[in-house]
Design a protein around this ligand. Structure first.
Ligand code: SAH
Length: 345
């Protein structure tokens, strides 16, 4: 790995020692890339110029540029399309919630999971993001808004557990006391349900929140919405989430995107309640954001409320996700696709 923003303090220290530099250089450089979030080697002003030049030869430095930005007039939500160093585009969102500014970041350019309702997967996976590229989405947002980000949700494009090692490294870097020093508890990772990786994550004993994209209470229905349901059953997926809760004590969050006439029926609410009965879990209902490539529609507001009430009456904690930035609305991953098409013309 030669992206400086993706390296741990120990790795940077070892690499610098190999270059004949004193050991304190590692911590100095780590602070430049993780705490001061520099854009170039030239900004590392406490290093000799010759060393800065040498670093620029040996290492790269993840840096994202803002390709497009939409700012909501209603609630200050901002949507960003960033260009990666190789020109690929990704999306991130800045959301000013009451409890703190939240960054929704991407973990991959594109996605190979193929969920039927999702725009990010329409063109498949381009590549995994480096840890430094995940960090950069947050750093450039803080720079652009002039505000601190206190919460991170890995719910942008991509399947984070399909980029497992880089995700774990990202978490280690962003929580490092000499870097941004975010609390693990303020990080949420959302997965479509890669069961072996959920189990592995349980074994890491992190304090992050895990969100599972369930979207259907049984295998038959889930298979029509998410190809991953062909690999793992609902039962074994929820069992892996139980394991995550037992290992970490972190309450599970289940995401359930409501699709009109597909998974928003009373029967589905009952089946979902039975599935999650007695668990320490929270259900996040997300009225589907329709994409033009698919025929799914959002339920009426009254149907969403009815589904939520039904769950609550059956003892399941459920909220309807607050829609942020409605005036700049476009479903996850759609902005990037629009921009790509425009550029291709
Ligand atoms: N790959 C991860 C994280 C990215 S998607 C995952 O599957 O969880 C974040 C959440 O948004 C997931 O629950 C996903 O299913 C949901 N989602 C994707 N497209 C959507 C759409 N058009 N409308 C509503 N929810 C959507």
């Amino acid at each position: 790995m030669n992206d400086l923003r993706s390296m741990t303090i120990e790795e940077i220290t070892a690499a610098l020692q190999e270059m004949g530099q004193p050991s304190f250089r590692g911590a100095q450089i780590f602070a430049w890339v993780q705490e001061k979030k520099v854009r170039s080697f030239d900004e590392m002003t406490n290093l000799p110029k010759t060393l800065r030049e040498r670093l620029a030869e040996v290492f790269s430095l993840s840096l994202l540029t803002i390709e497009q930005k939409l700012i909501s007039q209603e609630d200050r939500t901002r949507k960003y399309v960033y260009a990666l160093p190789d020109g690929l585009l990704i999306e991130s969102v800045f959301m000013p919630y009451d409890y703190g500014n939240t960054a929704c970041i991407s973990s991959q350019a594109g996605c190979r999971m193929g969920c039927r309702f999702c725009a990010s997967t329409l063109e498949g996976l381009a590549r995994n993001l480096l840890p430094g590229e995940m960090l950069e989405q947050i750093f450039r947002m803080e720079e652009d808004t002039g505000e601190k980000i206190s919460h991170v949700v890995v719910m942008g494009s991509g399947e984070p557990l399909d980029n497992y090692d880089n995700l774990l490294r990202f978490i280690a870097l962003i929580t490092h006391e000499k870097g941004k020093h975010l609390s693990e508890r303020n990080i949420t990772v959302s997965t479509c349900g890669l069961v072996p990786q959920i189990r592995r994550l349980a074994g890491e004993h992190l304090q992050i929140t895990l969100a599972l994209s369930l979207h259907a209470p049984n295998d038959a229905l889930r298979k029509t919405m998410m190809p991953i349901a062909n690999a793992y059953s609902v039962q074994e997926t929820v069992a892996a989430c139980d394991e995550y809760f037992s290992a970490t004590g972190r309450r599970m969050s289940y995401e359930y995107s409501l699709v009109r006439g597909v998974n928003d029926t009373d029967a589905c609410a009952q089946e979902l309640a039975a599935l999650l009965h007695g668990k320490n879990a929270h259900v996040n209902l997300i009225p589907i954001n329709p994409i033009k490539e698919r025929d799914y529609l959002a339920p009426e507001r009254s149907a969403a409320l009815r589904f939520q009430k039904r769950l609550e009456n059956l003892g399941i904690n459920a909220t309807i996700r607050k829609k942020m930035g409605a005036d700049i609305d476009s479903a996850c991953g759609q902005l990037r696709l629009k921009l790509r098409t425009k550029q291709g013309e």
